[in-house]
Design a protein around this ligand. Structure first.
Ligand code: CTP
Length: 473
């Protein structure tokens, strides 16, 4: 079972200290999980390090803290028998080796002490069950009872036990399997994939926060579509984001088809991932077409339409965030805005690009205008190279026009040149509807290019508008 020595993985002095502390307690300790996996994959040293000890994990954490010069605070999670401490930029998690049995209804395990092998058995994947010894005599030796090293080489996600047991024990692991596959460019073993499909409905017992964490990680991979395809194939996606599944399929009426908006969406997410690492811009790409399922209609004359899908979609964003217990904050508003505006530059590019249309777009998008253009470029999924080039050129023109108009008119963070207070003072008004009307009229005149975005022209326009409303100075 014992294999090659990986002492060189342990060049951080913290490992010597853990080794010493374990020795003093007479407990065998090992590094296990992500640190070992990522070291072997040469993904760089992971800052979250999991230590498993055959004995008491909390005692070991306290002992380690005591041996460290900065005496860090130990956070104890009594119910789980784990403890955590931070040292420099490293987060160490300690756990006593255990056998676990899970109840059917929840994922809270009944914990029993066990050997290292018991503990490795209860881990999610063979590549996460690799352990490095911290004992003096065997320092740096790898314990790999399930050929995790071979699976790393063959890029395979495999469970240590029968996959039905591993996934049923903690159904989040089904998402983790797909997430690791997407992040690491691995494949899920056939037997495991079948087990995920069989157990998919057990994802319902997992908290939304943990599910969203995995979705974020899938979305942040180089090619998120790999993960979303697997989520779809295994029947997980329909339980998590049924709005995306509703986009699947191509309907044909009187010889007219629309595109499959599910696969289109995945392509857009992959495209945008080449140009941005921003999680929320990627979420926007994922959700940009969700309004298409509820708005789809067939008209004899014009074919398939999705009128107002951007507005409907932006409302759906709120519902999805709420259901997934994602914070309903500025990020959510940003995604809503992206979905709402997602077709605007397209319409612009198809027609002649007028200054006023560009000003309105800049006004509505504000500081997110560049992100919106990045989204639109990613939204081009035509396989026809000539058309693709043509669309890209159109957006280039729109970008250029945005730059010109913005340099001249400074609409991006539009501040009305005439304030409500000034209107009230000038016409001796108390708060009333007319103030809003005048402000709106000035804004529209600026966006339409009737007047410049400056005080003098806006003031003159205010006088004109007020006169029409019957107001006197
Ligand atoms: N683990 C598990 N089942 C889970 C979560 C975690 O068996 N549902 C085990 C795995 O051995 C895993 C280790 O606990 O390697 C640590 O989990 P975690 O820190 O969540 O993940 P990492 O594997 O370290 O990877 P990442 O940081 O990318 O999530």
């Amino acid at each position: 079972m014992t294999q090659k020595n990986y002492r060189h993985a342990l060049n951080n002095p913290i490992f010597e200290i853990i080794s010493k502390a374990s020795d003093e307690l007479g407990q065998d300790s090992y590094i296990i999980g992500g640190y070992v996996r990522d070291f072997l994959l040469e993904r760089g040293a992971t800052k979250d390090i999991d230590i498993v000890t055959v004995g008491n994990g909390i005692e070991l954490a306290k002992k380690v803290a005591n041996l460290l010069p900065d005496k860090p605070k130990v956070q104890v999670f009594k119910t789980y028998g784990t403890a955590m401490l931070r040292h420099e930029d490293i987060e160490l998690e300690f756990v006593g080796a255990r056998k676990e049995s899970y109840s059917e209804e929840s994922r809270n395990p009944a914990v029993k002490e066990g050997t290292l092998h018991d503990d490795q058995n209860r881990r999610d994947f063979t590549i996460n069950a690799l352990a490095l010894s911290l004992q003096h005599e065997t320092y740096g030796e790898l314990l790999d009872p399930f050929s995790g090293i071979k699976d790393l080489e063959n890029k395979l996600i495999r469970t240590p036990l029968d996959p039905d047991i591993t996934y049923s024990d903690d159904p989040l692991r089904m998402l983790r399997a797909i997430r690791f596959t997407t992040q690491l460019n691995f494949t899920i073993e056939e037997k495991s994939l079948k087990a995920i499909t069989r157990n998919a409905k057990r994802i319902d017992i997992i908290t939304k926060e943990r599910i969203v964490d995995e979705l974020h990680k899938i979305l942040l991979a180089d090619r998120p579509s790999v993960g979303f395809r697997l989520l779809e194939e295994t029947g997980l996606l329909v339980r998590i984001l049924p709005e995306l599944i509703a986009l699947k399929g191509v309907e044909e009426v009187e010889g007219q088809k629309h595109k499959d908006n599910f696969y289109h969406t995945l392509q857009v997410v992959d495209n945008i991932s080449k140009n941005t690492d921003d999680l929320w811009l990627r979420w926007s790409a994922l959700l940009h077409d969700i309004g298409k399922a509820p708005t789809k209609k067939f008209h004899k004359k014009i074919g398939w339409t999705f009128h107002g899908h951007e507005f409907v979609g932006s409302k759906m964003v709120y519902k999805i965030f709420k259901r997934l217990r994602m914070p309903l904050n500025n990020k959510m508003k940003y995604v809503q805005k992206m979905v709402l505006l997602s077709s605007r530059p397209v319409i612009l590019a198809e027609e002649e690009v007028t200054d006023s249309a560009v000003r309105r777009l800049i006004f509505d998008a504000g500081d997110d205008i560049d992100d919106l253009m990045t989204h639109c470029e990613a939204d081009i999924t035509t396989k026809n190279p000539r058309k693709q080039q043509q669309y890209l050129n159109n957006f280039k023109r729109v970008r250029q026009k945005i730059k010109e108009v913005e340099e001249r008119d400074r609409i991006r963070n539009f501040q009305p040149p005439i304030s409500g207070e000034l209107i009230m003072e000038t016409f001796n008004l108390k708060p009333c509807r007319e103030i809003g009307q005048i402000k709106e009229a000035i804004k529209n005149a600026i966006l339409e290019g009737e007047i410049g975005n400056n005080y003098d022209e806006a003031y003159a326009y205010m006088l004109q508008k007020a006169e029409k409303l019957g107001l006197k100075k």
